[in-house]
Design a protein around this ligand. Structure first.
Ligand code: FMN
Length: 134
């Protein structure tokens, strides 16, 4: 990807309902009865050659909104490479492992390496909180 043809976005645009797509898993052709918001999301994802997923970790996995954004589509993800950046108190590595597993169902080709960002200040905050509870 080059700076001119990549975009950065947070998932869960305003007003987007959770996944109500008529897609079935493994459906390679584009369904005609998609919702308008699914068409727009499909156009966006179709326009990219590769992805970098940046995800926090919540209770050992990815946020539900990211899962939902993935589940809306199928063919648009297929056969494209992806890199991964996880973050959180423990570096988001379990979230990225879950994400790799999910994306393997969508024939996304993951890079071998993961970037894991650990937020020490959050860990310190948690330690302080646990200290207060003892
Ligand atoms: C309910 C909850 C569960 C969390 N679980 C994890 C976790 O399992 N592993 C981890 O590394 N961080 C965990 N965190 C820390 C978040 O990943 C961290 O706060 C992150 O910065 C949130 O990113 P966001 O604000 O972009 O959503 C958790 C935070 C919350 C509030």
């Amino acid at each position: 990807m080059t700076p001119s043809n990549h975009t950065t976005r947070r998932t869960q645009p305003e007003g987007r309902p959770s996944c109500a797509s008529p897609n079935r898993p493994g459906q390679r052709h584009t369904p005609t009865n998609r919702h308008p918001h699914t068409h727009a999301w499909a156009r966006k994802i179709r326009s990219f050659d590769a992805f970098v997923f940046v995800t926090p970790e919540y209770n050992g996995s990815i946020p539900g909104v990211l899962k939902d954004a993935i589940d809306f589509l199928y063919a648009e993800w297929n056969d494209k490479p992806a890199g991964f950046v996880g973050y959180g108190i423990q570096g988001g590595v379990r979230a990225v492992e879950h994400l790799r597993q999910i994306l393997s169902d969508l024939a996304v080709i993951g890079t071998r390496s993961t970037v894991a960002l650990t937020f020490a200040e959050e860990a310190l905050g948690l330690e302080a909180l646990l200290g207060r509870l003892q």
